[in-house]
Design a protein around this ligand. Structure first.
Ligand code: UD1
Length: 417
């Protein structure tokens, strides 16, 4: 298993490009199941979750051509409308094929995800939504089966809780349902909007994506499309924090600046200089960094996927920062590992109280999930001495060659077997 060895204490300088958004690319790949015509997707990041989704699509019947410039998907026929446990357990986003399969093939069999490192992650809202669209649902042997031999029909669906992939899954299903579907209390994440843009190119009729109410007028058939995925706001945000935590002067290029508002506000309040230049964001630290509280929220609030990285920064800030996690119930696994490196963090239910600044010292730490591992990399960059991060496959799920990108900006980081 690969590890990262980091020698900390070097300010990051220069520039790092952001990749295409993983969380936008995953539903876009699933959307290709909705049509028998080829779909070309550009700026698909080369990360492990994407390879997992491509493997799943091949199992289902797609031909997947991966080139350095684009991924081309061709699904003339759905040969096996199923997402097996082996894939769903490594990547919950596999459930994104449920809606497209039910809509196009009239049948889907998808493994139910179990618990995961950051808490329970049920897909009950995806299932209830499909039932509202007229699918017959049966759950047994750890699988959910949806059947709609006569096709889905439009409905009004109100989400009890805001769910990103749930909104995407049902938006895709509704594109081929008969009549109108209204999704209320829908997720407003930029990835939902990007998916709607792709579906619209494929011939779908969608209004309101990016707001809390999405209207979809079903069509009989969707066609091919050529679409470029948006930049990854979470990866870009991670690099911005990397620049700040190392007291560096770092520019992130090809950056989805407009999707990073909540992070930029907090960084500026903390005393980090953030400047915008077209699609680039530059962070610079010249004075002390101050503690600033955050509470994670659905978009446009502070992203839960940046909470762990921000917590690492707060270990270096002056004062006390309260980090409140409202989206997932158990997303503080990184706190104990940061504490092993010298951070002063007390957990109190959904709140983490971070007192800083504390000098971090290199240690052996274990990555527990994707974003927690990113926070350990950041802490390692700021720490004195050597940090060894085990189980970096978690980080490879969502970051494209992170060690190469960071090394280009002056970090001393190496992947070892
Ligand atoms: C997506 C992102 C993930 C991010 C998360 C929250 C992708 C591929 N992943 O995950 O990186 O951390 O949004 O911004 O886009 N819930 C239910 N029932 C459901 C679905 C969700 O109770 O049927 C709950 C979840 O347990 C969680 C909350 O709703 O507490 C939000 O989850 P959701 O938005 O669905 O997260 P994902 O779409 O899985």
């Amino acid at each position: 298993m690969d590890k990262f060895v980091i020698k900390g204490g070097r300010p990051l300088t220069g520039s790092i490009p952001a990749s295409g958004s993983k969380n936008s690319a995953l539903p876009a790949l699933a959307a290709a199941l909705l049509t028998a015509e080829p779909v070309i997707l550009r700026r698909i990041p080369a990360v492990r979750d994407i390879r997992t989704m491509q493997r799943l699509l091949i199992d289902i019947g797609s031909t997947v051509e991966v080139t350095p410039d684009y991924v081309r998907l061709d699904t003339r026929e759905i040969t096996s409308p199923e997402a097996p446990y082996e894939l769903v357990k490594t990547m919950r986003a596999s459930s994104l094929v449920l809606g497209p399969l039910a809509a196009r093939a009239g049948r889907a069999r998808v493994s139910l995800p179990g618990g995961c490192a950051i808490g329970a992650r049920p897909i009950d809202l995806h299932i209830a939504g499909l039932e509202a669209l007229g699918a017959r649902i049966n759950q047994s042997h750890g699988y959910v089966e949806a059947e709609a031999p006569g096709g889905l029909r439009g409905a009004r669906i109100h989400f009890d809780k805001i769910t990103v992939t749930g909104t995407e899954d049902l938006m895709m299903a509704a594109t081929l349902a008969s009549g109108e579907t209204v999704l209320e209390n829908a997720a407003q994440e930029p990835e939902v909007k990007d998916l709607a843009d792709l579906l619209t190119k494929m011939g779908a009729k969608i209004e309101g994506a990016g707001t809390s109410t999405i209207r979809i007028e079903g069509v009989k058939k969707l066609g091919g499309a050529d679409h470029t995925i948006i930049g990854d706001r979470i990866e870009a945000g991670t690099f911005l924090v990397a620049g700040a935590i190392t007291n560096g002067d770092l520019t992130v290029t090809d950056c989805p600046v407009e999707h990073l508002g909540a992070l930029i506000v907090k960084l500026r309040q903390a005393g980090v200089e953030v400047t915008e230049d077209g699609s680039s964001l530059r962070v610079r630290v010249s004075g002390p960094v101050r503690s600033v509280d955050i509470t994670t929220e659905e978009y446009p609030g502070f992203a839960t996927d940046l909470q762990a990285q921000y917590m690492a920064l707060m270990t270096q800030a002056e004062g006390i920062a309260i980090v409140t996690e409202t989206i997932f119930e158990n997303r503080f696994m990184h706190a104990q590992e940061l504490a092993r490196m010298g951070a002063n963090i007390r957990l109190d239910g959904r709140r983490a109280i971070v007192a800083g600044p504390r000098e971090l010292t290199g240690a052996g730490v274990i990555a527990s999930d994707l974003r927690a591992s990113a926070s350990l990399v950041l802490a390692g960059l700021a720490a004195h001495g050597e940090t060894v991060i085990d189980r970096v496959y978690h980080i490879d799920r969502g970051y494209e060659r992170i060690e190469e990108k960071l090394a280009r900006a002056g970090a001393e980081i190496e992947r070892v077997d």
